[in-house]
Design a protein around this ligand. Structure first.
Ligand code: NAD
Ligand code: MG
Length: 366
């Protein structure tokens, strides 16, 4: 079944941009470039990873060439390690070799790794060129919207970056059919997060449609990604540079990032780590006196989607606490946490005692 094409706008004044979500969209790339006045004389650089390249790059290139655009492909190794200054350097070289000029476009075709990396190239090459996001993972509904782009330093993740909004986001649901099941579940974890911070009705819908979502039903998935991207765009358009509101997108991320760091990147997928983190944040809500059902409901939903809600037994709680202290969300003996106040709403707490967190980390161990 083909899914209807859904459209959203990220409202950012002069830099506002559309998100299209639907089936068969990659083959319309050239047409969209022409419609939006992307200059034909300026070459395009298509950045992708080795897994996505052989599946989807040709469709995009064929479409661009049919509309008169010249396009060069740059393929990076699969995985987080590609978000590095050395891979970035290689891409700048590829851009120069392809003759990219100020009016050129960099396309990110892939998951969040490619999106963040190619976006940083687009933000910096000649002080910034056009950028287009073509997410091919569920998780990338999050990374493709909002304009945060970055590479990692060996001492810290996402520490070298910029804000660089895309011209548009083209989300072809057909690409999601080749995702490994574990990546599907981990991606859905960030989609649920968008419901948990903003929209109780969406959480209910999500919960009722677990089977269709896990089975990658295009209509259900299209709707879920639309709702997820909608929450992200509303939040980003109110607070593009994370002065206040945007922080709510970090629900589950304080504990989640610490778990990723301690487990070793790649052991726990990001979506898995934040599922555990959201279970922890929900317990914190109960500690603050909110309805205990928040914690039970949160865990039930994540379990239904096959996501973890317990810290693996081999992870040392001291190490988790230490990793959290290093996090940028830690200020003077108090920890900053996004805490649910009910299913579908959260508050930012600057006053979380670290011994409460410690207690919850212990409770969450398998
Ligand atoms: P990823 O890009 O590594 O993709 C996950 C895996 O799926 C890779 O092995 C990839 O090759 C494969 N893959 C991608 N598309 C596929 C497809 N259609 N079919 C088959 N395989 C496919 O990881 P991710 O989970 O998409 O993104 C994680 C990254 O996103 C992290 O680096 C994180 O920091 C970043 N991120 C950024 C933001 C932001 O706001 N910029 C937000 C969230 C996450
Ligand atoms: Mg995240």
């Amino acid at each position: 079944m083909e899914a209807a094409v859904r459209e959203l706008t990220v409202e950012l004044g002069e830099r506002a941009y559309p998100i299209w979500i639907g089936s068969g969209l990659l083959s319309r790339t050239g047409e969209l470039f022409a419609e939006r006045g992307f200059p034909e004389k300026s070459p395009v650089l298509l950045v992708t990873d080795a897994a996505v390249a052989h599946l989807y790059a040709e469709t995009v290139e064929t479409s661009l060439r049919a509309s008169g655009y010249e396009v060069q492909r740059a393929v990076v190794t699969v995985g987080e390690a590609s978000k590095s200054l050395s891979v970035f350097d290689g891409l700048i070289e590829a851009a120069l070799e392809a003759g990219l000029d100020r009016k050129s476009t960099v396309i990110a075709l892939g998951g969040g790794v490619v999106g963040d990396l190619a976006g940083f190239v687009a933000a910096t090459y000649m002080r910034g060129v056009r950028f287009v996001q073509m997410p091919t993972t569920i998780l990338a509904h999050d990374s493709s919207v909002g304009g945060k782009v970055a590479v990692n330093h060996r001492l810290a993740k996402n520490i070298i970056g910029a804000f660089h909004q895309p011209e548009f986001v083209l989300y072809d649901l057909d690409t999601l059919l080749t995702l490994p099941p574990r990546e599907v579940r981990a991606g859905l974890s960030e989609v649920i997060k968008h419901g948990l911070i903003w929209n109780a009705d969406f959480v209910r819908w999500f919960d009722e449609h677990a089977e269709r979502l896990l089975g990658l039903d295009p209509e259900a998935l299209g709707y879920a990604l639309y709702e997820g991207c909608k929450v992200k765009s509303i939040v980003v358009s109110q607070d593009e540079r994370e002065n206040d509101l945007r922080a709510i997108l970090n629900l589950g991320h304080t504990i989640g990032h610490a778990l990723e760091a301690v487990a070793g990147y790649g052991e726990l997928l990001h979506g898995e780590a934040i599922a555990i983190g959201m279970a922890g944040a929900a317990r914190l809500a109960v500690r603050f006196g909110y309805d205990p059902a928040i914690a039970a409901e949160t865990e039930r939903i994540f379990r239904k989607f096959g996501l973890p809600v317990r810290i693996p037994a081999d992870i040392n709680p001291d190490a988790v606490m230490k990793a959290m202290m290093h996090d940028k969300k830690f200020k003077e003996g108090q920890m900053v946490f996004i805490v649910p106040t009910s299913i579908g709403s959260v508050e930012i707490r600057q006053d979380v005692p670290s011994d409460w967190v410690r207690e919850i980390v212990e409770q969450l161990r398998e």
